[in-house]
Design a protein around this ligand. Structure first.
Ligand SMILES: Nc1ncnc2c1ncn2[C@@H]1O[C@H](COP(=O)(O)OP(=O)(O)OP(=O)(O)O)[C@@H](O)[C@H]1O
Ligand SMILES: [Mg+2]
Length: 272
């Protein structure tokens, strides 16, 4: 019998790469093991209220006594920390980073690693992938019931990479009632479906203002998805030191409706 052939340097390198990828995946999945449900908040269009929905969803669930993590994955414009007015970054504990907590929510954001808030970061797919993996396995998440992920908008490299890296259980799609936002939301839903990922449902934000009302519900019906609820355009989002859902009863009630509808969808895929 002939002895096994010696590997070429290219083959050795390839093998080392495969091993490294495998180990990295294992570390990430170990680090995420304790997390209950991972929910992405996403829209095709920018500025429709993803960060608003992600943050208020997180604090609403936390106020209900749930253990919640919020992961700001908007690489180009991370702004969860600004909305929650977090100034302190994570604390180093050995090799791990302990995320700061605000309104009962553990928050991790790319913003913690930006020197200057106005700095523009231009990331490419592999860099995003590496940065997110690094984040995921170096953060001490504990055992949250939910991880809410604020995603970057659109169908470009950045959100796609984030989606693939995070292995989310499902998505909440945010749209305004305006027909262009609805059209973009439709595109995003189709993209998620193409990746064989789940959409938990649609939220209509900025409802009842100049954009009218009903576009989100019509989109949900059109795509055969649950409609999770509507959020009225309100001044409560602009002037508070607290997230609007904690500041205003009316906004709080809208978010309670959305979280209850979301829990029903989660229970359907994760029976307890
Ligand atoms: N229902 C609402 N009523 C009033 N203002 C709102 C409402 N929802 C969001 N806003 C405001 O609209 C602006 C944009 O919202 P937000 O930052 O959540 O959007 P986004 O989709 O995360 O944007 P980006 O795509 O840039 O990440 C914010 O100033 C926010 O306070
Ligand atoms: Mg945002």
């Amino acid at each position: 019998m002939s002895s096994p052939r010696k590997l070429t340097p290219q083959e050795e390198a390839r093998l080392a790469q495969v091993r490294a990828n495998f180990q990295e995946r294992r570390r990430v999945s170990e680090s995420l093991e304790g997390i209950g449900t991972r929910i992405g908040v996403y829209s095709g269009k920018g500025g429709v209220g993803k960060t608003t929905v992600a943050t208020n969803l997180a604090v609403t669930l936390a106020a209900q006594g749930k253990d919640v993590a919020l992961f700001d994955c908007d690489i180009d414009c991370p702004n969860v920390t600004r909305v929650l007015r977090i100034t302190e970054g994570p604390i180093q504990n050995g090799e791990k980073l302990v995320p700061p907590s605000r309104f009962g929510v553990k928050v991790m954001s790319m913003a913690f690693f930006q020197d200057n808030e106005d700095e523009a970061i231009v990331w490419r797919g592999p860099m995003i992938h590496n940065a997110i993996n690094q984040f995921l396995h170096s953060t001490e998440w504990g055992n949250p019931d939910y991880m809410i992920v604020d995603l970057p908008p659109g169908t470009s490299d950045a959100p796609l990479t984030v989606m693939q890296t995070l292995n989310l259980d499902g998505f909440v799609i945010v749209t305004t009632p305006h027909e262009l936002a609805v059209l973009d939301a439709k595109r995003s839903i189709n993209m998620i479906k193409k990746m064989n990922l789940k959409v938990f449902g649609v939220v209509e934000n900025l409802s009842g203002g100049v954009f009218g009302t009903g576009g989100g519900q019509a989109l949900a019906e059109d795509m055969g998805l649950p409609f999770l609820g509507a959020l009225t355009m309100s001044a409560d989002y602009t002037n508070s030191k607290k997230p609007a859902s904690l500041e205003s009863d009316a906004v709080g009630a809208e978010f309670t409706t959305i979280t209850e509808a979301l829990k029903v969808q989660i229970a359907a895929i994760k029976p307890t």
